[in-house]
Design a binder for this molecule. Structure first.
Ligand SMILES: CCCCC/C=C\C/C=C\C/C=C\C/C=C\CCCC(=O)SCCNC(=O)CCNC(=O)[C@H](O)C(C)(C)COP(=O)(O)OP(=O)(O)OC[C@H]1O[C@@H](n2cnc3c(N)ncnc32)[C@H](O)[C@@H]1OP(=O)(O)O
Length: 194
């Protein structure tokens, strides 16, 4: 059974997403938005280490291999981990819009069980934009990029200013991020907009 709440249906006057002129080229790896991010951070030993790649339009793809540490039931991925992989992939779409945005709502359908060692082939796209609201969807396939769908999601991301992080994050991590030139460069890439 599938269904979507009204909050995930773009209003009639929503517009098509516009890929930013300076968005990474199709095929390029997007890199982590924050080194300690559980989804994509390369400095996060407990994380998923998801690497998203720009597609054409406002689309991305990513691969995620389910590890033994990601189990919910014996030999099977935990649903929350799969939702995290979807959330992270959907979040990386914002690199192509060059907008800073956070997940407001995420709905996930778990269609097939996903065993440990499986490579989940993820694809995501922005479907519409309405003011600060960014509507998107993603699927995760198993057994190859054209294999059967195991998970799918719809999401609503909300555009925020950098103050969303600086005013709400724990001060020690914010200080460290602001002292890190790489991090500042990544945030700036979103702020020179459009
Ligand atoms: C120097 C240090 C900086 C470090 C930063 C590092 C990197 C930055 C770069 C990019 C990284 C950004 C994100 C990471 C990307 C991927 C990771 C995965 C994504 C995540 O893991 S991210 C974490 C989980 N996420 C949250 O932690 C959000 C908590 N939350 C809030 O912070 C607020 O809730 C917020 C901001 C969402 C909204 O608050 P707000 O006050 O700004 O706006 P408001 O409430 O007015 O909503 C405006 C319009 O959105 C509609 N709306 C809002 N929420 C809705 C919902 N849930 N369902 C349906 N509609 C919703 C309203 O109905 C209204 O609609 P309308 O305009 O039509 O009336």
């Amino acid at each position: 059974m599938t269904g979507t709440t009204a909050a995930l249906t773009p209003p009639a006057d929503a517009i098509a997403p516009v890929r930013h002129a300076d968005a990474p080229a199709p095929g390029e790896l997007l890199g982590a938005h924050y080194g300690h991010c559980f989804g994509c951070g390369d400095q996060q030993p407990h994380g998923l280490h998801l690497q998203a790649r720009a597609g054409d339009g406002v689309r991305v793809s990513a691969e995620f291999t389910v590890q033994a540490a990601h189990q919910g039931a014996p030999g099977l991925a935990h649903g929350g981990i799969l939702a995290t992989a979807l959330d992270e992939t959907l979040g990386s779409l914002n690199w192509l819009l060059r907008v800073i945005a956070v997940t407001g709502r995420l709905e996930t359908d778990f269609v097939r069980p996903v065993p440990v060692d499986t490579v989940l082939h993820l694809e995501a796209e922005v479907t519409a934009v309405h003011g600060r609201k960014i509507y998107s969807r993603a699927v995760g396939r198993i057994g190859g990029p054209e294999g059967p769908v195991a998970v799918r999601a719809k999401a609503l991301f909300i555009e925020v200013k950098v103050e969303h992080f600086t005013q709400n994050g724990r001060p020690e991590e914010i200080r460290a991020a602001m002292d890190d030139p790489d991090q500042i460069r990544r945030v700036r890439a979103f702020e020179v907009n459009p």
